[in-house]
Design a protein around this ligand. Structure first.
Ligand SMILES: [Zn+2]
Length: 248
């Protein structure tokens, strides 16, 4: 299983990165997890514009799904003919949300996407075994655990500290975890993690490696976030970058 980071800026595009989008590949199957603002550009740079077999959208905030609207044009109006419908695993309401954002007529996009409603549970996507569970964020949001041939990638999506996050990440080889806020500040509750909280979750879940993502350059300090994470977790920690690849 290979993870390629397409975008990792938290909440809105940053000066060096699009918003959240992660390509997960195995056995020639390419699963795109989240499709945030600006990440369609990075998809072309690091993978290929039609190089995906399924999409999983963890929640319907713009920074995790908006380029699924832009991508309608790519698949519907290809000069060689429409591309086949793509499976999209997303919270209920994704079809309506993407339709509404795509055009003022709210035209259906079911010629482009086949939607499957996410619910807590375990299910296959291509060669992957995916477990999704609700995490602690203001709207319906799923953290995910992706397994393939005994390797485990866990992804927090957006969340404040919660038990489902620890279950999803338990023993993961790679824990891709958001760290939006700085420690030591009165941050809004039930929204995001700090670097320290990401480190605490990594320790409690006994993960092999912590990959920090969804940092917000305009709000935080990468050095402080990493320092706080390392103070709470003794394993390897790094902040992901667009184009970074991890094999597991
Ligand atoms: Zn969010």
């Amino acid at each position: 299983m290979r993870l390629t980071v397409l975008g990792c800026a938290g909440s809105f595009p940053g000066p060096e990165s699009a918003c959240s989008a992660y390509l997960v590949e195995a056995e020639g199957f390419r699963l795109l997890i989240d499709f945030g603002s600006g990440s369609l550009s990075a998809l072309q740079r690091y993978a290929g514009i039609d190089a995906i077999d399924a999409i999983l959208i963890t929640h319907l905030h713009c920074d995790h799904m908006l380029d699924a609207c832009t991508y309608v044009v790519v698949r519907r109006y290809d000069p060689a003919g429409p591309l086949p419908p793509l499976p999209v695993y997303a919270p209920m309401g994704a079809a309506e949300r993407i339709s509404a954002a795509y055009s003022s007529e709210a035209e259906p996009v079911d010629d482009v996407y086949t939607f499957y409603g996410l619910q807590p549970g375990t299910f296959p996507i291509g060669p992957f075994t995916v477990t999704a569970d609700r995490v602690n964020h203001p709207i319906e949001t799923y953290g995910v655990r992706v397994e393939h041939n005994g390797s485990v990638l866990a992804y927090s999506s957006d969340t404040a500290p919660c038990d489902p996050l620890l279950r999803l990440a338990q023993g993961a080889d790679l824990f891709l975890c958001e760290a939006s806020y700085l420690d030591g500040r009165p941050n809004p509750p039930d929204l995001h993690l700090t670097g320290g909280e990401a480190g605490e979750a990594a320790t409690k879940a006994d993960v092999g490696r912590l990959l920090l993502t969804h940092l917000v350059p305009a709000w935080g300090s990468e050095a402080s976030t990493v320092e706080a994470a390392c103070a709470a977790y003794a394993g390897p920690v790094e902040v992901v970058r667009p184009g970074a690849r991890y094999d597991l």
